[in-house]
Design a protein around this ligand. Sequence first.
Ligand SMILES: Nc1ncnc2c1ncn2[C@@H]1O[C@H](COP(=O)(O)OP(=O)(O)OP(=O)(O)O)[C@@H](O)[C@H]1O
Ligand SMILES: [Mg+2]
Length: 494
Amino acid sequence: MARDEVILAIDQGTGSTKALLLDRRGRVLARAAEPLTQTHPRPGWVEQSPAEIWAGVIAATRRCLDGHDPALVAAVGISNQRESMLLWDRATGEPVSPVISWQDRRTTARCAALVADGFGAMVWERTGLPLDPMFSATKGAWLLDHADTDRRRSIRGDLCLGTIDSWLLSRFGGEHVIEIGNAARTQLLDVRTGRWDPRLLELFGIPSQVLPRVVPSTGPFPAVRGLPPLADGVPVGAVLGDSHAALLAHAGWLPGRVKATYGTGSSVMALCHDTSEPGTGLCRTIAWGTGPESGTGVGAIAHAVEGNILSTGSALRWLADTVDRTPAELADLADGASSDGVHLVPAFGGLGAPWWDSDAQATLAGMTLATGLPQIARAALESIAFQVEDVVEAAGQGEVLLADGGAAANPTLMQIQADISGRHVHQSLVSDLSAIGAAHLAGLTGGLWTQTELEDFDRPARLFTPRGGSEERRRRRSAWHQALARARTTDRSA
Ligand SMILES: Nc1ncnc2c1ncn2[C@@H]1O[C@H](COP(=O)(O)OP(=O)(O)OP(=O)(O)O)[C@@H](O)[C@H]1O
Ligand SMILES: [Mg+2]
């Protein structure tokens, strides 16, 4: 195999689509990003355009490969935002719905009704996930209720329901498939077996005929088609959920590794070696499945424990947009400032792990006439760190936190995280770990490197050491929990 072969990684994220080119030693040769819009047609609704997502993938790929020989791309790795769902026509491949974003809360009442009917424990047991509108199942049901009320077209096989990985792979042509880690986030998969669960399909009203076939994270996937300047037929070596890919990029298969990805929302994740109860309010997920398919489901499944926080980077972006600054400018303002008792609880769409409270309301509390933007910006950064620590603590995880994602580039946030957690934080000095994780697995599948070589790749990080005593930490977290309690008891009908 030629020494100069490269891997192209595409990370289809919520805020942007990124493309990276990696050489045979895992070094990033080129990168490009295309922003992606979100629309809010009604309060709590968040949608994206399937066509814009695909156009962003094309544009990011083309720009990333500018000045590089596309013939050297040995394989493509894909990572993607999870849980978001859309529906398309099987015959034409044309979308028949927008993408309902993972952030969308339109199915809150449906989830509450299922909980009230006593299905919560059964669903959590099988899927590893709480009944929450974040997950795809109720989004899929909503889409079918609006496009195929009597499910006749679904049962005939005319429609395809899919996550973003399914959608991108469908653009390449071939069969309707989904990667197993992404499938684990739909709330339709039994994470213990890696198979669609007939009881869940019935509960949510989703006919099996609309669902993709579940395949391992290493495929086989349809090969690239229509992604110039790549030649048609370049293999897709790996597909991973973005959070799962970031864990893989941190060499998360090694014992004791816990990572936090700071994107639009955040995910704290670590592999776990059984499928037992992972800790209050946390999810069980399939990180990746790399084994060959077998008669009993998808083989060699790596299970993970995960806590999803709905709003972290998006809280900062909301504040930045509101005051006409950038998130980086806000972080500069917050540097050296004190929040002076101000707390932002960014429950813009309720709260995720470990609370799972759809009714919680975003609040900004504790202000005085002396409060200015620096205090509020500081409170916004602290809200990210407090939320992450609540999850890491619930997971009973270790001394070191591996950090990545757009907001983790910020040293002020990383220091706040170390101080609030009392843990050492390793800030990845390489950005876009989701894309890099997908590249790592694609290169492994394609034989560009071995597992040992992959383990030895350089993973540059900056260490943040906790400051302040445990008493101070306890006091600050207790004040945060009081603010959280207020956000959770707000009466929406008032
Ligand atoms: N300099 C900065 N300081 C702090 N936060 C920042 C900075 N730059 C970007 N961010 C935050 O990072 C977030 C974007 O991170 P990232 O690019 O990892 O998200 P994404 O991939 O689009 O979304 P996701 O991974 O959740 O699907 C934004 O919401 C923004 O608030
Ligand atoms: Mg991302």
